[in-house]
Write a protein of this length. Structure first.
Length: 429
C-alpha cells in the first residue's frame, strides 16, 4: 500500500509536478528552525499571497521612469502610464474567464462593491431586498447593510441572510434555490461569494445567476477567495457584476488594487453610476467638457487615474498565471488539497475535522479545519504550528484555514503540516 505519510511519496509527487519550477519565482519566508533558517510551509495564500520575485523589477521600472521622465512618463515607452491599466487587461480577463472589455483593475474590493451597487442595486418598494449568505465577511455585510439603509429601507427585513443548512456550516444549492423562490418577488439583488471565506465552500456561480435572473433579480459576486483559485468563467456565468481583490491568490501585495467585472450586456448601460474623469470616454476625455460620456465596458466605472505603483506587482503576478494556465493550476490544486484531505483522514481524524465540502467541485485550495476539543485547544495547535514555521491562519471562533496555493506550495509542505500536527498531538496528550 502507498504510504501517504512518507517522504518518498511526497517527494515523488513534487518531482513529477509540471509546475514545480514556479515556486522558484516567489520569495518564500524563512523560519528560524533551531538556529538554522528554513523556508516556511506557508499556507496563507488565501489571506496574503507571496511576493513574486518579478514584482520588484516592475515597481522599480515605474520608479525609474518617474525619476527619469517625470510627467512625460505618462506617454513614453516602456509601459507608459496613461494606458497602464490596459497592460493587465488581457491576462486578467483570461484568469477570470471574461472578455477584456468586461474587466478593470481599480480601487479596492469594498469600494468597487459600493460602486457596483450604485448602478445595480436599485431597490423599489416592491423589490427592496438583498439576499446574501449568513456569516459573510464583515466588510461585505457592512457594505450591503449600509446600502439598504442608504436607500431608506430596513436591513432587519430587507437584508436576507441565508443560514447554513448542512452539518459543517455550508449551504446547499437546494437551500439557495428555496431562498430565491421564497423571496424572489422582493429581491433586487443577490450578492454572493464565489468561495465562502470561513468554510472554503465554492459555489456554482452560473446556476445562482440563472436562478436569480429568473426571479427578476440582479446577481453580483464577491470573488475575493475565488480569483486566482478557481478557473472562473465570468462571462458565461451571466453574472451582472463581480468584484475581487488581488492580494490573496493573485499575489499582488498588501492592499493591492482591486478588480471588477461588468457583463458585456451592460457595456453601454444607462443605469446611474458615480462618475469620474477616468471613466469618461477616452476619445474625448481631454476635451475637459462637463458632460460625462462613459467609456463602454468596465472601464466606464473608473473614477481616477489608476495607481501605477499598485498595478506594477499585478503585472508580475499575471505573467506567472499566464505561464501556468488556470486549468493546470486547478489540476495541481486538486492534487494538493486531495493529499491534504487524505493525510488528515488517515492520520489526524481524531484531531482535525474538515469543515470544507468533500466534493472537489465545491471547494478551492482552502481546507477549513476545526480542532476537536474546542477553541482553547485550537488556538494551542495554531500557535504551535506557527512556532514550527507552518503558517496557516485563524478564523474565530474555532477554524484553522490551510490553503495550499498551487503556484508555490508542494506535497512536501502538506506533509510537513501533517507531521507538525502529529508532533503537537503527541506532546499535548
Amino acid at each position: 500500500m502507498t504510504d501517504l505519510f512518507s517522504d518518498a511519496y511526497a517527494q515523488a509527487q513534487d518531482a513529477t509536478d509540471p509546475l514545480r519550477e514556479l515556486r522558484n519565482e516567489f520569495h518564500i519566508p524563512l523560519h528560524d528552525g533551531h538556529g538554522m533558517p528554513e523556508e516556511q510551509a506557508y499556507f496563507c495564500g488565501n489571506s496574503l499571497g507571496l511576493q513574486p520575485k518579478g514584482a520588484r523589477a516592475m515597481v522599480e521600472e515605474v520608479l525609474d521612469k518617474w525619476a527619469r521622465d517625470a510627467v512625460e512618463g505618462h506617454f513614453l515607452e516602456p509601459a507608459p502610464w496613461m494606458p497602464y491599466h490596459e497592460l493587465v487587461r488581457e491576462q486578467l480577463a483570461t484568469v477570470v474567464g471574461a472578455q477584456p472589455s468586461e474587466v478593470v483593475a481599480m480601487n479596492s474590493l469594498t469600494a468597487n462593491l459600493h460602486l457596483m451597487m450604485v448602478s445595480f442595486y436599485r431597490p423599489t418598494r416592491e423589490r427592496p431586498a438583498i439576499l446574501m449568505e449568513a456569516g459573510a465577511f464583515p466588510s461585505d455585510h457592512h457594505a450591503l447593510e449600509s446600502q439598504v439603509r442608504f436607500h431608506g429601507f430596513d436591513p432587519a427585513t430587507d437584508l436576507i441572510e441565508l443560514e447554513a443548512d448542512e452539518a459543517d456550516g455550508t449551504i446547499s444549492m437546494q437551500a439557495i434555490e428555496r431562498a430565491i423562490a421564497k423571496h424572489g418577488q422582493r429581491l433586487a439583488l443577490i450578492a454572493w461569494p464565489g468561495v465562502q471565506y470561513r468554510t472554503g465552500q465554492a459555489f456554482d456561480l452560473k446556476e445562482i445567476a440563472r436562478l436569480g435572473h429568473a426571479a427578476g433579480a440582479i446577481v453580483g459576486f464577491d470573488l475575493a477567495h475565488a480569483v486566482g483559485n478557481l478557473p472562473l468563467q465570468l462571462h458565461d456565468s451571466d453574472a451582472d457584476f463581480a468584484v475581487w481583490c488581488h492580494y490573496k491568490y493573485m499575489n499582488s501585495g498588501p492592499g493591492a488594487v482591486g478588480g471588477c467585472f461588468v457583463h458585456a450586456r451592460h457595456a453601454r448601460t444607462d443605469r446611474p453610476r458615480f462618475a469620474g474623469w477616468w471613466g469618461h470616454d477616452q476619445a474625448t476625455r481631454f476635451r475637459m467638457g462637463p458632460e460625462f460620456v462613459p467609456t463602454p465596458g468596465a472601464d466606464g466605472w473608473q473614477l481616477s487615474n489608476p495607481p501605477i505603483l499598485g498595478l506594477a506587482p499585478l503585472r508580475a503576478s499575471l505573467d506567472l498565471f499566464g505561464r501556468a494556465g488556470m486549468m493546470a493550476l486547478r489540476e495541481k490544486s486538486l492534487r494538493l488539497t486531495g493529499y491534504l484531505e487524505a493525510v488528515i483522514r488517515e492520520r489526524l481524524a481524531d484531531t482535525l475535522q474538515i469543515v470544507t465540502p468533500r466534493e472537489p467541485e465545491r471547494r478551492g485550495a482552502q481546507l477549513s479545519l476545526r480542532v476537536i476539543g474546542g477553541r482553547e485547544r485550537g488556538r494551542a495547535l495554531f500557535e504551535f504550528l506557527a512556532s514550527q514555521g507552518v503558517l496557516g491562519d485563524w478564523r474565530e471562533p474555532d477554524v484553522i484555514r490551510i490553503s495550499p496555493a498551487p503556484l508555490y506550495n508542494t506535497h512536501t509542505d502538506v506533509l510537513r503540516f501533517a507531521r507538525t500536527v502529529e508532533a503537537w498531538r503527541g506532546a499535548s496528550a
